[in-house]
Design a protein around this ligand. Structure first.
Ligand SMILES: [Zn+2]
Length: 400
C-alpha cells in the first residue's frame, strides 16, 4: 500500500515538475556539454568615436599574444565593432542627421591594429551596429535634452557610452519610455546598410552580431541572417523593448548556447562580466569560469572598451587584471581552450564530438547539475522528494 502511494506521489509530482519547469528541463538537456573549459573575452563598443583606441588595443593584443592554451592558441578577445557615429559639424550645418563611417582616413591606425590582431589570432571582429543608437531617436531627443544636444555637437569624438542608457539601444525608439518599436521597413534598410558597411570596411560579411544593449527583435535577426550573420550573442533571453523605468523588457523564453533558431541563427549566451574599471577583479572572472566549467558551458566574459580608455592608470589596472586572470585560468585549467565565438558556435551547432559530450551518463550528470542552478527547480525537487532519485542518478553518473 505504502509503495503504491509513493509511486503515485512521484508520478504526479514528477508530472507537475515536468509541466511547471518544462523550459528549464528542456534547455538544460539540449544545451551541449563541453568536454573542456572554454574561455572567450567578449568586448564591445570598439570602432567609431575617438581614434585613439588603437593604442589600448595594441597593448591588449600584445598581452594576449603572450598566452597560449595547450593547443597553442592565443586567448581571443572578440571586438564588437560600431561602424559609425554622428557627424556633429555636418548635423549643425544641415539640420539633419549625418553620419561619419570609420575608414582608413579617419581611423587608419585603429583598423590596422585590429587587422594585425585578427591575423595574430588574438582578436575576432563582430558586428555591434552601424551606430550604437537609432539616429532619428537621437535627433528627436536632442530637441529637448541638452546633454544629447551637446553630445551630438561633439560627435564623432563623443563616446556613445556617455549617452543616456536607453538611447544607446539601436533597435527601439526610446526617446520616451516605454520604448516604441521601430518600423520593420526601416529596420530592414538599416540592417542592410550595416552589413554592407561592415563588408566594405573589413572585406567580409559579419558572421557574429552583438545587439547593442541586448535589445533586438525577430525582424532584426532575419535581416541580419540575410546579410550573412549566422551567430547572435545573447544575454540568455531576447529582450525586445525598454519599460517605463528604461529597463530591458518584453523578454522571450530562456535561450541556451548552441540553440538553433528557425532561420538558422545560432545563439550563444554571454551573462558573465569582467569590467575591471568598475571593480571586477581576476578572482571574480575566475569564479565565472569555474561556474561555467562546472556546468559544461563555455565562459563568455563581457567587457567594454571603456575599461581600457581614459586615464593611463585605469587602462593599466584593467590590463593588469586581465593578465592576472589569464595566468590564474591557465594554472587552474591546463586543458583550457581559447577559441573565438564564431568557432564556438560552429562546434555547438555541429555537436562536434571532439568538443561536445555524446555519452548519455555524463550528459545526465550535467543536466542535473544545470537544473540545480534554477532556484525554482531546486525548490520543487526538495518539496516533492524528487531530490532523492535525482541525487542518486547524479552520483551514479558522476565518474563516467
Ligand atoms: Zn555596446
Amino acid at each position: 500500500m505504502l509503495f503504491k502511494i509513493l509511486v503515485l506521489w512521484f508520478v504526479t509530482s514528477g508530472l507537475a515538475i515536468a509541466y511547471f519547469a518544462r523550459r528549464e528541463l528542456l534547455i538544460s538537456w539540449r544545451e551541449p556539454v563541453l568536454h573542456r573549459p572554454v574561455l572567450i573575452i567578449e568586448s564591445d563598443d570598439w570602432g567609431a568615436g575617438p581614434p585613439d583606441q588603437s593604442e589600448a588595443l595594441g597593448t591588449i593584443a600584445q598581452l594576449l599574444a603572450g598566452f597560449k592554451d595547450c593547443d597553442g592558441r592565443h586567448p581571443v578577445m572578440t571586438l564588437g565593432i560600431v561602424l559609425a557615429s554622428a557627424d556633429g559639424e555636418r548635423i549643425t550645418a544641415t539640420g539633419s542627421y549625418q553620419r561619419q563611417l570609420i575608414s582608413t582616413g579617419t581611423h587608419g591606425s585603429l583598423l590596422e591594429t585590429i587587422g594585425n590582431g585578427v591575423e595574430a589570432g588574438v582578436f575576432d571582429i563582430q558586428l555591434h551596429g552601424l551606430e550604437h543608437f537609432w539616429p532619428s531617436a537621437l535627433m528627436e531627443a536632442s530637441q529637448c535634452d541638452e546633454t544629447v544636444r551637446v553630445w551630438l555637437q561633439r560627435a564623432p569624438l563623443s563616446l556613445t557610452e556617455d549617452l543616456p542608457s536607453s538611447l544607446q539601444s539601436r533597435w527601439v525608439n526610446a526617446v520616451s519610455l516605454p520604448a516604441e518599436p521601430l518600423n520593420d521597413k526601416e529596420v530592414l534598410q538599416a540592417v542592410q546598410e550595416e552589413t554592407a558597411g561592415f563588408e566594405a570596411i573589413f572585406g567580409d560579411v559579419p558572421g557574429v552580431a552583438v545587439p547593442p544593449t541586448f535589445i533586438w527583435n525577430e525582424c532584426v535577426e532575419k535581416a541580419w541572417a540575410a546579410g550573412g550573420v549566422d551567430v547572435v550573442v545573447t544575454p540568455g533571453r531576447r529582450y525586445e523593448s525598454r519599460d517605463y523605468d528604461g529597463q530591458p523588457s518584453d523578454a522571450g523564453d530562456l535561450v541556451y548556447n548552441g540553440q538553433l533558431t528557425d532561420i538558422g541563427i545560432v545563439y550563444v549566451v554571454r551573462n558573465s562580466y569582467f569590467e575591471p574599471s568598475i571593480g571586477h577583479m581576476a578572482e571574480q572572472a575566475m569564479a565565472a569560469l569555474d561556474f561555467k566549467t562546472r556546468l559544461g558551458q563555455p565562459a563568455l566574459l563581457e567587457t567594454h572598451r571603456f575599461n581600457f580608455l581614459g586615464s593611463i592608470d585605469k587602462k593599466n589596472r584593467s590590463v593588469e587584471e586581465l593578465k592576472r586572470f589569464l595566468e590564474q585560468a591557465l594554472v587552474t585549467y591546463p586543458n583550457l581552450a581559447f577559441i573565438s565565438t564564431g568557432k564556438l558556435a560552429k562546434i555547438l551547432k555541429d555537436r562536434d564530438p571532439g568538443w561536445v559530450e555524446q555519452r548519455l551518463g555524463p550528459r545526465l550528470h550535467f543536466w542535473l547539475r544545470r537544473l540545480g542552478e534554477f532556484p525554482r527547480v531546486r525548490k520543487l525537487a526538495w518539496l516533492s522528494g524528487w531530490i532523492l532519485p535525482a541525487g542518486l542518478v547524479w552520483k551514479l553518473t558522476g565518474h563516467s
